[in-house]
Design a protein around this ligand. Structure first.
Ligand code: NDP
Length: 472
């Protein structure tokens, strides 16, 4: 019996996706560059092996799938994907659909889409979020490609996706690179979310001297309220975990050096490219880079020492409330920025990205899943073309309620010398965004002074240069 779908790459994500597909009742052919992995995978699949066809060669793999063949590629992003496509191309007669499910740069996806257009093959760029667990039991799936090609794989993809209130967290978001772009911004927001949580942890640890266990309990408390989300939930669990080696809190034994694979950086690059401020995401990416400079930071601490100012707020319920609301306000800024980047990209690439749908398919399965996304879905459903999430009635009310807390927490952290780059960028973003008269008048005057770049006047007079004379 021929398989309905094929999958290449039995790493962490690919093997779990394949098990998920087999479990939902589709027969799947699998192939991995290293064949021993394929055999191992099939032998460990238990009763699901009945729905899995393990293939040792790429030729056998292609022959095992019913045409027109949907083939998911879930391997290391980048050049490996092009090599894999090149290996498949001569074996596929046309009409087949190649689906890149890895974390591709959406610009590569657009290029691959165009490259395959004339070969008779269709290309889909598909963002998958949810890590290992999501892949196995229900990820969030963001699809880009032609609408027709999506129609051919919709059934199997929606069957394996996470569900929120019965609806699958899987959707076609637009042509070409739309799916991978949205996945990239998802990850950018994820960076900001994680960084802001880490900064609040820093205030509790270094400002208030709390233990990991105590901080974990605070996050646990917050997870029952407006911050309810997967990332807050796992933060509680992480902080509660003991190190089997030493018996100490595990988090205290982990080096403070964060890794990154590129999607956060790409979010920032694209935001900058389009001229959309995504300051909280930028701060989060920069903070990971700074974290990796461990030796430099140690050398600098030897020179500058640690700040001697005590944290200026008293421990207790009011402070904890402020911390909770500060994190919430900052989170609003990060999401507003991420959605603003997507809105601009949607115009630039003519994708018509469906904002309420994006918020909805992030509601379950993915890493940034949270209650809060319901509010975003509602806000964009009411006002699909709103300039910025924070000016919608629901969000402006939330910002007004939580902003004073963010201001107090950032001020206190700054006083005590605790770095809060993402929280403070979020605060400055709000402050700058709501300032009808900013300070760029001075920048325009400076630009005109040294470069005769010209300015516009507030009274509309048709005078565009200042009387700078010879110095200008
Ligand atoms: P793994 O490192 O677990 O697996 C990598 C897979 O890629 C292996 O099957 C490997 O085959 C294959 N591979 C590597 N290079 C080549 C090549 N040149 N040609 C053919 N196959 C190759 O990776 P993950 O499963 O974690 O990630 C896969 C993709 O999914 C990546 O794009 C990643 O960014 C993305 N992703 C990962 C998430 C996660 O939480 N881990 C979440 C969402 C997306 P071999 O066994 O022969 O080495």
């Amino acid at each position: 019996e021929l398989a309905e779908i094929g999958l290449i790459g039995l790493g962490v994500m690919g093997s779990n996706l394949a098990l998920n597909i087999a479990e939902k009742g589709s027969r799947i052919a699998v192939f991995n560059r290293t064949p021993s992995r394929t055999a191992e995978f099939v032998s460990e699949a238990g009763s699901l092996a009945e729905n899995i066809v393990g293939c040792e060669t790429i030729e056998a793999f292609v022959a095992a799938i019913r045409p027109p063949r949907p083939i998911i590629i879930m391997i290391k992003a980048g050049e490996a994907v092009d090599q894999q496509i090149d290996a498949l191309r001569p074996l596929l007669p046309g009409g087949d659909i190649v689906i890149d499910a890895g974390n591709a740069n959406f610009r590569d996806t657009i290029a691959r889409f165009d490259r395959l257009k004339d070969t008779g093959l269709t290309f889909i760029g598909m963002g998958v979020s949810g890590g290992e667990e999501g892949a196995r039991h229900g990820p969030s799936i963001m699809v880009g490609g032609t609408r027709q090609s999506y129609a051919r794989v919709e059934k199997v993809l929606t069957s394996i996706a996470a569900r929120y209130e019965g609806d699958p967290c899987c959707a076609w978001l637009g042509e070409g690179g739309a799916g991978h772009f949205v996945k990239t911004i998802h990850n950018g927001i994820e960076y900001a979310d994680m960084q802001m949580i880490a900064e609040i942890y820093g205030v509790l640890r270094d400002g208030l001297g709390k233990s990991a266990g105590d901080i974990g309990a605070i996050f646990g408390q917050w997870n029952t309220g407006r911050l309810n989300s997967y990332l807050i939930e796992i933060t509680e669990k992480v902080l509660a975990a003991a190190d089997p080696q030493t018996g100490k809190a595990l988090v205290d034994m982990i080096l403070d050096r964060a890794g990154q694979k590129g999607t956060g950086k790409w979010s920032v690059i694209e935001a900058q490219q389009m001229g959309v401020p995504a300051t909280a995401i930028e701060a989060a990416v920069a903070a990971r880079s700074l974290s990796s400079m461990k030796a430099e930071r140690q050398a600098a601490e030897a020179i500058f020492g640690t700040p001697r100012c005590a944290f200026p707020m008293a421990d207790g319920a009011p402070l904890l409330k402020d911390l909770e609301l500060a994190l919430f306000a900052a989170k609003i800024a990060a999401y507003a920025q991420g959605f603003a980047v997507m809105a601009e990209a949607s115009r630039e690439f003519a994708w018509s990205l469906p904002m309420p749908t994006i918020a909805r398919i992030w509601r379950a399965g993915c890493i940034i899943r949270s209650q809060f996304l319901d509010e975003i879905t509602k806000a964009f459903t009411e006002q699909p073309d709103v300039a910025n999430l924070i000016v919608t009635p629901a969000f402006s009310a939330m910002v007004q309620e939580s902003l004073p807390s963010l201001r107090r927490i950032v001020a206190a952290a700054v006083t005590a010398g605790i770095p809060v780059p993402a929280l403070s960028s979020a605060l400055s973003y709000f402050d700058a965004y709501r300032q009808a008269r900013g300070t760029a008048n001075l920048i325009q005057a400076q630009r005109d002074f040294f470069g005769a770049h010209g300015f516009d006047r507030i009274d509309g007079l048709p005078i565009h240069h200042g009387p700078w004379g010879a110095g200008g």
